[in-house]
Design a protein around this ligand. Sequence first.
Ligand code: PLP
Length: 417
Amino acid sequence: MPDTASRPNDAARFDVAAVRDQFPILKEPSHGKPLAFLDSAASAQKPQAVIDAVNETYAHRYANVHRGVYELSERTSAAYEAVRGKTKSLINAADDDEIVFTSGTTDGINLVAQSWGRANLGPGDEVLITEMEHHSNIVPWQMLRDEKGIVLKVAPFDEDGVLIMEEFERLLSERTRLVAVAQVSNALGTILPLDKIIPMAHAAGALVLVDGAQGIPHLPTDVRAMGADFYAFSGHKLYGPTGTGALYGRGELLAELPPWKGGGDMILSVTFEKTEYAAPPHKFEAGTPNIAGTIGLGAAIDWFAALDHEGLAAHEADLLAYGTERLLEVPGVRLIGTAPDKAAVISFVLDYAHPHDVGTILDQQGVAVRTGHHCAQPVMDHFDVAATVRASFGAYSSRDDIDALIAALDEVRELFG
Ligand code: PLP
């Protein structure tokens, strides 16, 4: 089926072919077949602009940052620091200094747990998460529970993968100090109702940390409008390099937090008796950072910001609707995650083949999907499955990719069905 056939007008307006053309890897065959890359939720592919920014940094503008007095270091430092402003604009933070560079979402959440959490939480204090969190928004709180005696509460979701708001509200109490919640579930695709969650959490006196790993590539993200106190995301899911990302923290909060990693670049002065720390965000950025990667993240932000976002949203909504419709025609399929508000992820199982076997057969047809528990084992437990097959989309994904998936599932049925 041609990609443009019967796409709604606003989706058809989005020029997928022009976007795809900017991603060299999408021209690489896989097992001799055209690559249908359906694993953007794990990590997005990189446009040429990002690849060039990283290459050019190493080829022409590379030196350590914040340290050298020579021109090259000053230029690299300026290019690196400029990414703070780009990140601020991307998420509409109030100030560049509210942007802490991290190695990704995991690093950002651990920063909040180890810095804010260790300094502010004690026995009996509660952290409320949801049942659909990624392990990176579960394990740091369990570590704090073991160390500080905090209580970890979990708000459940229903059979569609929708957070049960009555339960969420019931679990909020005056002991709740933090609500840590995903913007979008990576295993189910559910978009969390942050417009309800955040005001409710604040009314209970809790702070809110939003895990934006799966949200930022698909949803307009304005940390001030949403009211997040902390917001973490990964560069590699936003078409940027691996090992990059940022944690947003409200200025007043960051100012009060102790550092959690010690080392170079986060201090004002050091003697053996005493260290004076630098102001945020540098206080939280010990050691030589991912310089070229972060500059690449800046290129990814520029690239992403220049997309037609209304067109992109319509295009991704079309892929979700088309993919769901086509998958439901496949005999023996069960969708895992059927929330009315979803973003760019379709998880499913087949009643005649294990997800890992499905993934292997699809791979032989050039179709790259993720199979496994998606670092969300409690979600698998909820649906009583060990794993799912997950197809996820990015700006470059097309209906042709979905058609390739459906055709490859025929092969699975022939072998296992
Ligand atoms: N949170 C969610 C919802 C995710 O999907 C992921 C990665 O898949 C993470 C957190 C962790 O991101 P990273 O591995 O980039 O730190």
